[in-house]
Design a protein around this ligand. Structure first.
Ligand code: TEU
Ligand code: CA
Length: 583
């Protein structure tokens, strides 16, 4: 590790709560803050250190809270500011820190700024957004992520101009060029810091700076960014100036952290955001892992073969090397924008769900990066796999469906692909118990609940010593008590092995060896260290153990290696695979 110091946000585990789907307290079918408050002891029992809460601010919910109409208030469906204060205190009393979601690439079109801005070009708020005056003709094309026509410019009659929205037309992009707008955003941030929140996860933060000469960039996007608009959007001219200014104006004097959603950036740019002496952000999460197993262009279209492990090892190893120099990484395998972790990276069949979920947890909790778990992953919740468009609530799926419909594309194929990749797979209500509606609500849930709740639920998991949930709790504890798992150097072995992911974590004179079978095959595997014949693994996600054979999805941790046997990292690299080290 570079000299960057130890920090609570490096050592902790993040648990993401999607409030709409976590726990409903009043029977309206929508999860809420009192619902989360009722589960505070459960959160504490997980051993997690930070909660990242998806947006809870005032919002008309075009994109489930990512379209904010009031940054200083709580969404009506979610409760009140008093509820929020109780939640914050309840978390802090349990030594859990709270990261809020900061969404400042765009507001809702129902935010007072935009309501004013769209009245007239003379409005004081007109310059809070990006406009293209209609007298200059049609604006140069920009792609919109959630627009049914794919066009990020929408015409507004009163001002005779088009406004920009990288996401839905109800989410106009904020003009960061305007210093007054930036100050208004910093004020929002200071408000929440003063309240005592411990940081922000920053939504689409790499998109905030735009080239306001509005060149025609279609060729550029095609040639340089592989037709992926996110790449272009994440490269605005003043991005890093703004982030530096933001840090200075809002975070000085507060012991807080930030987690950037870094869509569109490449690995060689990561340190521009999080190198410590650049004083911008603290952590980011990248999308390179998340794109594995999907086709590059178009909507997220899964490759039936699934992600390739050799590729996956390459990606996570490369990112580890970056943060070995400076900054700090995070690691995740699912969130509210992704399908369920076990369905995508493991195997959610009856036979392998438990074991593969435990294997994935072992991976996340033994890498050198702050692990982020998404609510429900700790009990191994799975994709719901809707088969008709009417079941979906997500604007991304619904508008992509309309878009493809207008282009006369294959909708059957799209619906089939969405069973693998749709965001709603990860957003179905939390399965608390086997009572009606999984104990999530007494009313009608806003999104269908997965039928498997009768057996797959928190209550069942809590009363079973060998459940995914109990494994999760034990692994979180292990990470907490094993500095080598947090700060230790990471070294990959057998990088070309198509099914097994093997690595060590070494700190001072302590080394742990992690062996993960990512496949549903039983594998004869020669562990690249000489292990004593009677060795017992420190962690095993199943009851059986055999030195020469890995069971499907088996996860093993050996160690720590006694100090006298340790070899230096450099020496290990030279040894490469074998076998002078004995545990
Ligand atoms: O996502 C921003 C982003 O980069 C999206 O393109 C994301 O990759 C996509 O939704 C995945 O399918 C953030 C939020 O995480 C997302 O939930 C919001 O919908 C979006 O911003 C707009 O605020
Ligand atoms: Ca409710």
């Amino acid at each position: 590790m570079s000299e960057t110091g130890k920090n609570w946000w490096k050592e902790g585990v993040i648990y993401q709560i999607y409030p709409r789907s976590f726990k409903d307290s009043n029977g309206d079918g929508i999860g809420d803050i009192p619902g989360i408050i009722s589960k505070l002891d459960y959160l504490q029992s997980l051993g997690i250190d930070m909660v990242w809460l998806n947006p809870v601010y005032g919002s008309p919910n075009d994109d489930n809270g990512y379209d904010i109409s009031n940054y200083y208030d709580i969404m009506k469906e979610f409760g009140t500011m008093e509820d929020f204060d109780v939640l914050l205190k309840g978390l802090h009393d349990r030594k859990i820190r709270l990261l809020m979601d900061l969404v400042v690439n765009h507001t809702s079109d129902e935010h007072p700024w935009f309501k004013e801005a769209k009245q007239s070009r003379e409005s004081a708020y007109y310059d809070y957004y990006h406009w293209w005056p209609a007298e200059k003709g049609t604006p140069p094309f920009r792609y919109s992520h959630f627009d049914a026509s794919g066009n990020a410019w929408t015409y507004n009659k009163a001002t005779n101009s088009y406004y920009l929205h990288y996401f839905s037309e109800k989410m106009p992009d904020i003009n960061w060029e305007n210093a007054a707008t930036r100050q208004a955003i910093y004020e929002i941030m200071r408000f929440w810091f003063k309240k005592g929140v411990d940081g922000f996860r920053m939504d689409a933060i790499c998109y905030i700076s735009k080239d306001t000469s509005w060149p025609d960039v279609r060729n550029l996007v095609r040639d340089k960014y592989n037709n992926d608009w996110a790449g272009y959007y994440a490269h605005g001219p003043h991005l890093h100036d703004y982030l530096q200014e933001m840090r200075k104006e809002t975070m000085d004097g507060f012991d807080v952290t930030t987690l950037a959603e870094a869509s569109g950036i490449t690995i060689d740019e990561a340190l521009l955001f999080v190198k410590e002496d650049r004083k911008q952000l603290h952590m980011l999460y990248h999308f390179e892992g998340m794109m594995l197993g999907y086709e590059k262009n178009g909507y997220k279209r899964p490759d039936p073969k699934g992600p390739d492990l050799v590729q996956l090892k390459k990606v996570y190893t490369a990112w580890d090397e970056v943060f070995e120099q400076d900054g700090w990484g995070t690691i995740y395998l699912g969130n509210h924008d992704q399908p369920r972790m076990v369905s995508r990276w493991g195997n959610d069949t009856e036979e392998f769900r438990e074991v593969s979920a435990k294997m994935l947890m072992t991976f996340l909790l033994t890498m050198r990066a702050t692990p982020i778990f998404y609510n429900g992953d700790e009990i191994g919740m799975t994709n719901i796999r809707f088969n008709k468009i009417e079941d979906y609530r997500d604007i991304e799926t619904i508008n992509m469906y309309k878009y493809l419909q207008s282009k006369k594309e294959d909708l059957e194929r799209f619906l089939k692909d969405q069973q693998t990749s749709a965001r709603d797979n990860g957003r179905t209500p939390f399965q608390w118990d086997d009572s009606i509606n999984a104990g999530f609500t007494t009313g009608k849930p806003w999104l269908k609940i997965n039928d498997n709740y009768t057996t797959l639920n928190e209550a069942a998991a809590s009363s079973n010593d060998r459940s995914i949930l109990q494994f999760f709790r034990q692994m979180v504890l292990l990470r907490k008590h094993t500095p080598a798992l947090v700060y230790g150097t990471y070294d990959l072995y057998d990088e070309k092995h198509p099914q097994v992911y093997t690595y060590t974590r070494t700190l001072d004179k302590e080394m742990l060896l992690i062996v993960l079978n990512f496949s549903k095959e039983k594998i004869d595997y020669d562990i690249p260290f000489q292990l004593a014949a009677d060795i017992e693994p420190l962690v095993n996600n199943m009851l059986t153990f055999n030195l020469k054979t890995l069971e499907p999805y088996q996860a093993l941790i050996f160690g720590p290696l006694p100090p006298s046997k340790v070899v230096s990292r450099r020496a290990e690299r030279v040894l490469k695979t074998k076998k002078e080290v004995a545990f």
